[in-house]
Design a protein around this ligand. Structure first.
Ligand SMILES: *Cc1c(COP(=O)(O)O)cnc(C)c1O
Length: 381
């Protein structure tokens, strides 16, 4: 963590609102696994998990065993799913000790878990990850029945549900997602065919939740929409969501510069006419994507100011000519709302040609975080 004056403010009350929107989309019968991997997308694993537990989320999903153990250490009792599974017999023991639910995708980790489950006298719940078209972790969907038969011979593990991931649910063309849904349905049918009646089958990420009712199955796995971000910056017709994260910095200096003044490294920007510029105390090492150089905006006194020249490691230059009374020490909003104007993670993502996920992880992970519970009234997005 750096020692800059910058800070990230996280409004935890927005989680309640976003979760409500998810519940509206999926209905009462569908369970919700809140995805809190990567330090809750940069928002802080423990405070976010604690809040989601208060909101009675059905389960939490994260990537690694140590994160799950941390949650237990903090007294969080909600079921926790380890999305990337476990690798060693010692891990399997910890799964039992902390009552966790690993995702499995090979027989190797299944047999480790089976051994521990048998020792402890209580079967370990697992999810089985199936590749229905993502081209990443999992058992090939065509081989699921075979895999399940082998798994069913193992004592000490109990399959909670089949688990798969969508690769293109945010894209306009629906064809491939429909194929994945169809593949997943076939896999479920195959599991029934060999006598398994699983009640926690799940496929949908945020984009799947919003766009494909058919992809909801028994349980959904929202990540980005919990945090108010969109699956991609140009995502069409998003539901109303609230952002949790605000990122503030401050003005270090205000200067009047002459026409034709080169700004920052590489002289990629020359002023047109005499301008008033402000030097802001944040840069790419603080999580601002350098691709926003000469593209992005910030808010000062509630007004938009253009980023000019290259973003530096800990400094950024903005043009404040049209904004009255900008002074050294003034607050700069790089992300979030300021006097009715707003810069979202999706705005930043489109300036930097990335996605809100990366913006939130970069900024949230590199700055001091402060937590608030803002009044829900007047918090429109
Ligand atoms: C990250 C992740 C999610 C959440 O995806 P979003 O697009 O953020 O909703 C769901 N499932 C798995 C397996 C993931 O890794």
């Amino acid at each position: 963590m750096n020692s800059s004056p910058n800070k990230v403010i996280i409004d935890l009350s927005a989680l309640r609102y976003n979760l409500l929107k998810i519940r509206e989309l999926v209905g009462q019968g569908t369970r919700i696994m809140g995805i809190v991997k990567s330090d809750a997308y940069g928002h802080g694993l423990i405070p976010v998990a604690r809040e989601l537990e208060k909101l009675r989320i059905d389960s939490l999903g994260l990537n690694y065993l140590p994160e799950a153990i941390r949650l237990r250490g903090e007294g969080i009792e909600t079921p926790v799913v380890i999305l990337l599974g476990i690798y060693t017999p010692q891990d399997a023991k910890k799964v039992v000790d902390h009552n966790l639910i690993p995702v499995i995708y090979d027989l190797d980790s299944a047999s480790m878990l089976s051994e521990e489950g048998k020792k402890s006298g209580r079967p370990i719940n697992v999810y089985l990850k199936i590749d229905t078209g993502m081209g990443r972790l999992g058992v090939d969907f065509k081989e699921t029945a075979l895999f399940l038969k082998q798994l069913m011979k193992m004592k000490g593990v109990k399959i909670e549900g089949l688990f798969s991931h969508l690769s293109t649910a945010d894209q306009e063309d629906t064809g491939f997602t429909e194929t994945q849904i169809k593949n997943f349905k076939e896999v479920i049918a195959a599991s029934r065919g060999i006598g398994l009646d699983l009640s926690m089958n799940n496929l949908a990420n945020s984009a799947g939740i919003i766009r494909y009712r058919d992809a909801h199955f028994d349980l959904v796995r929202p990540g980005i929409m919990l945090y108010g971000g969109l699956p991609c910056p140009d995502f069409a017709n998003p539901p109303p969501l609230r952002h949790l994260m605000t990122f503030c910095s401050s003005v270090l200096q205000v200067r009047e510069v002459r026409h034709g003044t080169p700004i920052s490294y590489g002289r990629t920007f020359y002023t047109d006419g005499s301008r008033k510029i402000a030097i802001v105390s944040a840069g790419y090492a603080d999580g601002l994507n350098r691709s926003m150089s000469n593209k992005g905006m910030v808010l000062i006194h509630g007004q938009k100011a253009r980023i000019i020249g290259r973003i530096c490691m800990n400094l950024t230059i903005v043009d404040v000519t049209p904004i009255k009374g900008v002074n050294k020490g003034d607050r700069v909003y790089l992300l979030g709302k300021n006097k009715g104007n707003m810069i979202t993670a999706d705005d930043m993502a489109s300036w930097a040609n990335t996605i809100s996920y990366e913006v939130l992880c970069s900024i949230g992970g590199r700055n001091r975080r402060e937590y608030i519970h803002e009044e829900e009234v007047g918090q429109d997005s």
